[in-house]
Ligand binder design. Structure first.
Ligand code: ZN
Length: 158
């Protein structure tokens, strides 16, 4: 395993649309492990492949309940809404208020290419929406209500 370099701010990789992963090989497995390690090292709760410069539809999430690896993820249903603070490892030192669904149901493939579903509320719902948006070059800073705020480094970022 190895830490990957997180792309930040105006890096063009963050604005590209990612490609589906047709099959899981050793490189994809290594990428997923590296992304988890990189996310934990940076104290994040989610990381998408384009954030480490790989234009593939893969995200990792851990909101404190253990790691979730999602390959080719798709949101199936959303319900309600929540308005709260959000940050991103690719936009260091900033946070903003974003409205997201309160509950999200998504499907994805795991590292054995088995399909599974995730249902999340609150932070997990927010993280799923945030990370999946990365796969289409969509950053939360495009959806901030009011101003992007400066934050100190000790605070959590997604
Ligand atoms: Zn992000």
């Amino acid at each position: 395993m190895a830490l990957r370099n997180i792309r930040i701010n105006d890096d063009p990789m963050l604005r590209k649309k990612c490609r589906e992963i047709p099959a899981v090989d050793d490189r994809i497995k290594e990428l997923a492990q590296d992304m988890l390690e990189t996310m934990y090292d940076a104290d994040g709760v989610g990381l998408a492949a384009p954030q480490v410069g790989i234009l593939k539809r893969l995200v990792v999430i851990d909101v404190g309940d253990g790691p979730i690896v999602m390959i080719n993820p798709v949101i199936l249903e959303t319900e309600g809404s929540q308005t709260g603070r959000e940050g991103c490892l690719s936009v260091p030192g900033k946070a903003g208020i974003v409205t997201r669904p309160m509950r999200v149901k998504a499907k994805a493939y795991d590292l054995d290419m088995k399909e599974f579903e995730v249902e999340g509320e609150e932070l997990l719902a927010r993280a799923i929406c945030h990370e999946l948006a990365h796969l289409d070059g969509d950053l939360y800073i495009d959806h901030v209500e009011g101003r992007l705020m400066d934050v100190t480094e000790e605070e959590d970022e997604e």
